[in-house]
Design a protein around this ligand. Sequence first.
Ligand SMILES: Nc1ncnc2c1ncn2[C@@H]1O[C@H](COP(=O)(O)O)[C@@H](OP(=O)(O)O)[C@H]1O
Ligand SMILES: [Mg+2]
Ligand SMILES: [Mg+2]
Ligand SMILES: [Mg+2]
Length: 353
Amino acid sequence: MALPYALEKQVAIAAVRRACVLTSSVFNQLVKGETLTKDDKSPVTVGDFSAQAVVNTLLTRAFPDDPIVGEEDAADLRAESGAVMRERIVGLANDTLTADLQEGEKEEWGLGPSHRQTAAQILDTIDRGTFNGGPTGRMWTLDPIDGTKGFLRGEQYAVCLALIVNSRVELGVMGCPNLPISSANPSGPKGAIFVAVRGQGAHQFSLSNPFSDPPIPLTIPAFTQEDLNLLESVEKAHAKLSFNDRVAEILGITRPPTRMDSQAKYCSLARGDGGIYLRMPVGSGYKEKIWDHAPGSVLVEEAGGVITNSRGEPLDFGLGRTLGENFGVVAAGKVPHARVLEAVQQAQKEESK
Ligand SMILES: Nc1ncnc2c1ncn2[C@@H]1O[C@H](COP(=O)(O)O)[C@@H](OP(=O)(O)O)[C@H]1O
Ligand SMILES: [Mg+2]
Ligand SMILES: [Mg+2]
Ligand SMILES: [Mg+2]
């Protein structure tokens, strides 16, 4: 008998791989005018929209009844002012979906030369991501480009997809086109997919041949005090980095933090490139989005780690599109996690004095 979620895993890997092919090629061609600024002032590119169209196409064909909580929607593209971007996105999505089938892919998922979609279909496919989430049932959550700012800088970003069932993340897949395959060889080949299925472990696959190259099992290693360091956001507006410095000081950490965009941080944690993921709110009232943490959380847990908010409570993926009131995120191996929570709470006490 097949393992639980075997088909979901196969479709998710295929979808994320295709989306990564698209985003990599978009980066090399991105021209002025292909980026919009959203209402919250964050950027979104033709890459984000077309990657969401690609992933949603596979999910819709393979699992027509599953709702999708996706970061992007097509409202701006339906407006007259979005006509140029719309045309480009439709072209990019169709080019990606109609490429020849690879090992592990099926035509019935909307792939291959005969599966060109109209502009109206592509927009509707993007808008399959407007589901609001909630506590019960099956749903996917998609971040077509997580770390858009990193993507625009040519640095780290990730195509992130997770399956949530009754508030619990059961499957997470993250494609990281710019991440070195081996952290021991940072200037070596790049491109990895990270996959976790609840109860089945965490694995790294090659982005170029995820269905034929052997998966690499991932376990968070036991860190020595000298090796332990923090993984944190590049963007000061996304996480309170000065707070992280104080936590590191309390913990006696000497190794400098690793700053990296996107959920590639969770991938790095799972394979031991850094020991502690810490993301504390900057105090703007921002609520964390489920797609920014769902796949990373199951990857960390399946790699033997623990992920909670700063109060030590589990993240709640059943509240809707956000994680609710923002108490930050702390993820690490089991042993350091308890120490980090204590240090975070000490630093919070100092701040409130
Ligand atoms: N004020 C804020 N606080 C925390 N996260 C924020 C934020 N504003 C935007 N973000 C989120 O931070 C994500 C990037 O995280 P990181 O800094 O770890 O790379 C963004 O994902 P997108 O790039 O998908 O929009 C966005 O959802
Ligand atoms: Mg965004
Ligand atoms: Mg994101
Ligand atoms: Mg995004």
